[in-house]
Structures are given as structure tokens and as C-alpha cells.
Ligand binder design. Structure first.
Ligand code: NAD
Length: 290
């Protein structure tokens, strides 16, 4: 049943801008006491989208006072060469954060590569030790998208303790860490996946519904309890049937859901920009802990 008023739109761009401002302030404090703040990113050359992303990253880091070094490796880089390139960053005292742009070529073992990043420099939170820290509730470098989801939920002012949280999608990098973080906040958490029976029924129980399946339009108004908080993590490229133009949509049928939810995050302009800001925040945290 639609509500009398429409959902509050969670403005990820504004929230990300606030995060960047506070990161810039703290970076400037660290630097004025002579401490290095430098993010080193490794990328295999020929990854067009990754290179555009890296160029944006370099620009954003520059604005925040974070030094940025991009290391472009050849497409034939072996596993041993990749691990060696990471080890050089791990042992470089001027480098405080390390990340690897995905995807890697099939010949490289992504998990082994991520596991080789020094735990205290792992700004994407992809080293299993940092993921394990999430389980133990330690102050760890949390995977950026999961941290962004939690930040957007917090921005609504909801108390997660005792709240029903349903997470749609259970990937290692998004769904599972989000579910664990919600458990840490003492919510009652249901983790769903492609095999879940009666997804709609589960979702309708949610005070907070997180969609992270990668299926455009999966979550409709029928999945949403009136007044619920809906966070859309999905990033899907679809072709508009009427115009033939390609555009980015989430997993949530935004127009239908905004008439029933209490809060909803849009795509684009929701989780995405906050995820990028969380990488910068993790970069600051890693530098501050050295
Ligand atoms: P994934 O493919 O690794 O995992 C998808 C999960 O969703 C699986 O657990 C699968 O079982 C489940 N699922 C798939 N179809 C389902 C269905 N019909 N019903 C219920 N569950 C279903 O995906 P991922 O890497 O976690 O990414 C999920 C989405 O989030 C993608 O659209 C991706 O582009 C997006 N994403 C966004 C950000 C961001 O910063 N906003 C970051 C990472 C991923």
C-alpha cells in the first residue's frame, strides 16, 4: 500500500562530499606533522574502464592532499611479478595504502594477490585478515562498499539494534560483509541469495532492506514494508527500451519503491559515490595508524 508521503531520498553525493571534507581535514593534519599519506594503485595495462577510474582516483586524491602513484603492469605479468610488485609497496615506508584494480587476467590468482597486500595498507579491505577483523568486530579496514552501505543506513538515524535487516545477495565482497556488520550492530539479519524461497516474503519483513544482487528491477514495491529503509547497491547497465540509450540502474525499481519506503538510496548517486569516499577514508585510516 503506498504511503501518504514519498520516501526521503538518501543523497549519496552529498554524504560523500561530507566524508571527503573530513578526510581532507585529517590528511592535512597528518601531513603538517610530517607523516606520509600515499595511495599506490596497481593495474594491469589495457583495462580501459580501470584506467579511467584510476585517473579519476588520482584527481580526487590530489584534491584531498593524498599522494597517488599508479603502477601499470604489462598484460603478461606473471603471478610472481605481481606479488613482487605488491611486496615493493608493502615495504616502501612512504607508501601507506595499496590497492589492486580488478579484474585481473585469468592467469593471475586474485585472492592470492589480495592476500599479499600488507594488512595495514589494505585500503579496500580485501585481505582475508581484514575481512576476518569484521567478524571479530575489530577496528579494521572494512571493505569499502559494505562500509558505504552501513554509513548510508546510519545517515537515516535508524537504530539497528533489534531491527530486521534483509540482505539480498551474499557475495564475499558486498552481501556477506554487510550482513556481518549488521550483526555487529545487533540487528536480526536475514541473508538471501538466488536460491532463496519466497524472496518477496523475506524482504517484506525488513526494516532495512539492502539490495546487492546485480539484477535490475529485482526489488519492487511488493518487496518493501511501508516506511522501510531501502539501500540499493546494484550497478547494472541496461538499454532503455524506448530510447535505445544505455544507462545505469540499480537492483531496485526506484519509482515504485519510493512511494512506499521511508528512505531509499538512488542509483546513480547513492552507494556508488560513498564507496569511493570510503576508499579515501580507509586510505586516511591506514596512514594514521602507521
Ligand atoms: P555477485 O554476482 O558476486 O553476487 C550476487 C549475489 O546476489 C549472489 O549471492 C547471488 O546468489 C545473489 N542473487 C543473484 N540473483 C538473485 C536473485 N534473483 N534473488 C536473490 N539473490 C540473487 O555480485 P556483487 O559483486 O556482490 O555485486 C552485486 C551488485 O552490486 C552488482 O550490480 C554490482 O555491480 C554492484 N556493486 C556495486 C558497488 C558499489 O560501489 N555501489 C560495489 C560492488 C558491487
Amino acid at each position: 500500500m503506498p504511503r501518504a508521503s514519498e520516501a526521503t531520498i538518501i543523497d549519496g553525493r552529498a554524504i560523500a562530499a561530507g566524508l571527503r571534507e573530513s578526510v581532507a581535514q585529517r590528511v592535512s593534519e597528518l601531513r603538517s606533522s610530517g607523516r606520509p599519506v600515499r595511495l599506490d594503485a596497481l593495474i594491469i595495462g589495457g583495462n580501459g574502464a580501470g584506467e579511467v577510474y584510476a585517473a579519476n582516483q588520482a584527481r580526487t586524491c590530489g584534491k584531498l592532499g593524498i599522494d597517488y602513484q599508479l603502477h601499470v603492469l604489462g598484460p603478461d605479468t606473471s603471478q610472481a611479478q605481481m606479488l613482487d610488485a605488491i611486496e615493493q609497496r608493502n615495504t616502501d615506508g612512504a607508501c601507506t595504502g595499496v590497492m589492486v584494480h580488478l579484474p585481473l587476467p585469468d592467469a593471475l590468482d586474485t585472492i592470492a594477490v589480495q592476500s599479499s597486500i600488507a594488512v595495514h595498507k589494505d585500503v579496500e579491505g580485501v585481505n582475508p585478515a581484514n575481512i576476518g577483523g569484521v567478524i571479530y568486530g575489530q577496528r579494521t579496514l572494512v571493505p569499502c562498499t559494505a562500509a558505504a552501505v552501513m554509513h548510508l543506513i546510519e545517515s537515516t538515524g535508524v537504530d539497528l539494534q533489534g531491527a530486521n535487516v534483509v540482505v539480498v545477495g551474499a557475495s564475499d565482497i558486498v552481501g556477506k560483509p554487510v550482513a556481518v556488520l549488521a550483526m555487529q550492530a545487533e540487528a536480526t539479519v536475514v541473508s538471501t541469495n538466488i536460491h532463496t524461497d519466497d524472496l518477496e516474503g523475506h524482504c517484506r519483513q525488513a526494516d532495512v532492506l539492502i539490495a546487492a544482487a546485480g539484477v535490475p528491477g529485482l526489488i519492487t514495491d511488493a518487496h518493501v514494508r511501508p516506511g522501510a529503509i531501502v539501500i540499493d547497491v546494484g550497478i547494472n547497465r541496461v538499454v532503455d527500451q524506448e530510447t535505445g540509450v544505455e544507462r545505469t540502474v540499480g537492483d531496485v525499481d526506484f519509482d515504485a519503491v519510493k512511494s512506499i519506503a521511508g528512505h531509499v538510496s538512488p542509483v546513480p548517486g547513492g552507494v556508488g559515490p560513498v564507496t569511493v569516499a570510503m576508499l579515501l577514508r580507509n586510505t586516511l585510516e591506514a596512514a594514521a595508524r602507521v
